[in-house]
Design a protein around this ligand. Structure first.
Ligand code: F6R
Ligand code: MG
Ligand code: MG
Length: 364
């Protein structure tokens, strides 16, 4: 049986207006580029969340395909051209290199890809977030695949009862570690509770099938200076021995706190929104997430279903807005503003340099 690869490659190559959205001309250019490469792809869908352009592609070339990565890179370059012409904000901001070198990893764009045998019916959900970072997925992914209070299938479905394996990445040391749950339930939480440091890259069933994968690049660490948060993407396969669509969406019924928001330097609630509402405004936020559902059919993308457009998530939005009010009142104080060690690509080092010689020992 032939395998399908689902690749989501995303970048911010220019905002409209400011960092709030993607101009329709960029969406059109991206579609034209992918349409012209139809021979390479089985199908594609172009989406946006906030100022991030997301290329959803299916093909038969496997993960890390040079041809697919080149197509994504060339598409972002072409869109940057449009963004520059329209003087859109931060045109080309996520393209850290002038030339493509075989794989977009490490070059700025975020990548989430999985290859699998398409099941008799293959529902997938692609989450896209803006004004936050890859660690934002730790909380929902843990709940989806490990929390029986969220996912009743972990208790009830014999195919899920054995649990899942989680691949966790250390973003600072560039190392990975595999956990088996529920056996190592408490161990994994020691790490993934520090979501800016350790992120869940992927989840596998105990029989080895890929169930979920996310983007884990940290653009600010790669660039060595502040170039924006690495607004992340998460792919989750659902149903038939994997969490049901409703179990995959359930963690978003109550907002959790993520880092990002204004200047990538603040904590705040992650608000689930419809595609139409995926344009951060207040204090460049609050951070938001959309959920696009697709049925795959021989690699074709049937969809999307705009899941968070549903009124079932209205309360999550109200709760998020209440939390946003609470955090905003703190202004430049923690825990709204990120702790100092997360501020290293801002003015913090400069201020510390200026103050260095003014610090005196406390002797009394
Ligand atoms: C956060 C983000 C925005 C900008 C802010 C300042 O990820 O993109 O909040 O950091 O609008 O942008 P500049 O420095 O470009 O004026
Ligand atoms: Mg931007
Ligand atoms: Mg963004």
């Amino acid at each position: 049986m032939s395998k399908v690869t689902l690749s989501v490659i995303k970048a911010d190559v220019g905002g409209w207006v400011g960092h709030s959205g993607v101009h329709p001309a960029l969406m059109e250019r991206a579609k034209d580029c992918l349409e012209a490469a139809k021979g390479l792809l089985t199908d594609y869908y172009v989406a946006s969340c906030g100022d991030d352009l997301n290329l959803v592609m299916t093909h038969a070339l496997g993960v890390d395909s040079e041809a697919v990565h080149r197509l994504a890179w060339d598409t972002f370059v072409a869109c940057t051209g449009v963004a520059k012409k329209l003087k859109l904000y931060g045109a080309g901001q996520d393209l850290l290199s002038d030339a493509f070198s075989g794989n977009v990893k490490g070059m700025g764009p975020g990548v989430a890809e999985m290859e699998f045998e398409e099941r008799p019916s293959e529902p997938v959900i692609i989450f896209m977030a803006d004004k936050t970072e890859p660690g934002a997925w730790n909380f929902p992914v843990f709940k989806i695949f490990a929390d029986p209070f969220n996912t009743s299938g972990l208790v009830i479905d014999p195919k899920m009862h054995a649990g899942f394996r989680f691949e966790v990445h250390d973003l600072y040391e560039n190392k990975k570690v595999l956990f088996s749950l529920p056996e190592e339930y408490y161990d994994i939480l020691v790490l993934i509770g520090a979501a800016g440091h350790y992120t869940i890259k992927s989840v596998y069933s105990k029989s080895g099938d890929i169930a979920s994968v996310s983007t884990t690049q940290r653009l600010n660490l790669m660039a060595g200076r502040y170039v924006g948060k690495d607004d992340p993407v998460l792919i989750v396969r659902a149903q038939s021995g994997l969490p049901a669509v409703g179990e995959v969406l359930e963690p978003f019924a109550h907002p959790h706190i993520v880092s990002g928001w204004m200047r990538g330097s603040h904590n705040g609630p992650l608000m689930p929104v419809s595609v139409a509402d995926a344009h951060p405004t207040r204090f460049d936020g609050p951070p938001r997430v959309i959920a696009l559902g697709f049925q795959l059919c021989e690699g074709r993308l049937l969809g999307p279903q705009d899941f968070f457009a549903d009124p079932a998530f209205d309360r999550a939005r109200s709760e998020a807005l209440e939390l946003a009010d609470f955090f905003r009142r703190l202004g430049p104080f923690e825990p709204h503003r990120l702790p100092l060690d997360e501020m290293e690509y801002t003015t913090m080092p400069e201020v510390m340099k200026r103050l260095k010689d003014r610090f005196e020992d406390i002797t009394d």
